[in-house]
Design a protein around this ligand. Structure first.
Ligand code: ACO
Length: 322
């Protein structure tokens, strides 16, 4: 039997507070029109003081579990993608496991910045295909607002908070057709978030905020995502026209439009959430997938391309027959 990983449930959570471009432009030198034209973002959600990556992950995960109509105890593996964990350890995966009250499963985190959910999905798929797991919960959860320097107009306009979840089950029916993940650690300086607790004497005064050379990241992202479209289609012997939906990482509309163009796809076939969510890092692809599934745009049997690019650099894709 060929074993596939099939999506049996999705979920998502966005915190209540909405922070608009107008609000940000009251504290840094920017404007709603600059932000919207350069990024496609109008507002983002900000987590409340008592919320954490694991608390948001729990809400998204429970939604995915309900949609899948399974009992939490059936899950044998939990993978959480996050760059903003509650604690250095235990992992947010273990904290989520505790919150869900599951005893007999394995849980861990994956850290690949904005590509985290694709990396987690890829790992989950390997476990299912080899028979090592039957039901895997993949969650991306981020509180980016706590690692953003709200005085830096180059980054504070971009990010938001939220969590997305997906439940995968072993199936004879296709599912995930292929995943492709890559890293190149050479680009550390273009995009990083320091950990002040673990800093050396040389950099211990650096605050723990995201630092990004946006323009340079932008160029590499566009080229790299173009290449991964080619790689993914070639691996599956497919043409651009075989793909029904693009579910991209939500960093910038212009980056997304370049990927859609590469697929010769109209923007009507792209699930876009960044206008009111901003870049939620490893949560963004799963939040967008959840939106497309729940509002009925993504239908069973359709081919969906997920892709992401983030710090590292890291990048990846997953081609799915939903
Ligand atoms: N408001 C007004 N002006 C601004 C702002 C702002 N918020 N931010 C920058 N500017 C100014 C700059 O200072 C610069 O001014 P100058 O010409 O006088 O020097 C000018 O605007 C142009 O700046 P650029 O950085 O070249 O602007 P760009 O068009 O590249 O847009 C942006 C910036 C939106 C950040 C874009 O580069 C981008 O989206 N980059 C990619 C981000 C990304 O994909 N990151 C990866 C994922 S994130 C992760 O992994 C954690």
């Amino acid at each position: 039997m060929t074993r596939y990983s099939r999506i049996i449930g999705t979920g998502g959570y966005l915190p209540e507070e909405v922070r608009t471009n107008e609000q940000i432009s009251q504290t840094v030198d920017t404007s709603d029109s600059w932000i919207y034209e350069r990024t496609g973002i109008k507002s983002r959600r900000i987590a409340g003081p008592d919320e954490t990556a694991s608390s948001m992950a729990e809400i998204a995960a429970r939604q995915a579990i309900d949609a899948a109509q399974i009992a939490p105890e059936e899950i044998d593996l939990i993978i959480v993608a996050t760059g903003t964990p509650d604690r250095v350890y235990p992992s947010t995966g273990c904290l989520l496991q505790q919150r869900l009250g599951i005893k007999n499963c394995v849980a861990f985190d994956v850290q690949a910045a904005c590509s985290g959910s694709i990396f987690a999905l890829s790992i989950a798929d390997q476990y299912i295909k080899t028979g090592a797991a039957k039901k895997v919960l993949v969650v991306g959860s981020e509180i980016c607002s706590r690692v953003v320097d709200w005085t830096d107009r180059g980054t504070c306009i971009l990010f938001g908070d939220g969590a997305g979840a997906i439940l995968l089950s072993v199936s004879e029916e296709a599912g995930i057709l292929s995943t492709h993940i890559h890293s190149d650690g050479e680009y550390e300086d273009l995009l990083y978030c320091p950990n002040p607790q673990a800093a050396t004497d040389a950099n211990k005064h650096e605050p723990g905020y995201i630092s990004m050379r946006g323009n340079e990241v932008f160029k590499v992202a566009v080229n790299t995502l173009g290449r991964i479209v080619d790689e993914t289609l070639a691996a599956n012997d497919m043409q651009q026209s075989d793909v029904n939906w693009l579910v991209p990482h939500q960093a910038n509309t212009r980056i997304i439009a370049a990927t859609a163009k590469k697929l010769k796809m109209s923007m009507d076939h792209v699930i876009l959430t960044l206008e009111n969510q901003g870049n939620t890092s490893s949560a963004s692809v799963l939040l967008a997938l959840n939106e497309g599934v729940r509002d009925g745009r993504i239908q069973r049997g359709q081919v969906v391309l997920l892709e992401a690019f983030g710090a590292g650099f890291t990048w990846g894709s997953a081609l799915i027959k939903y």
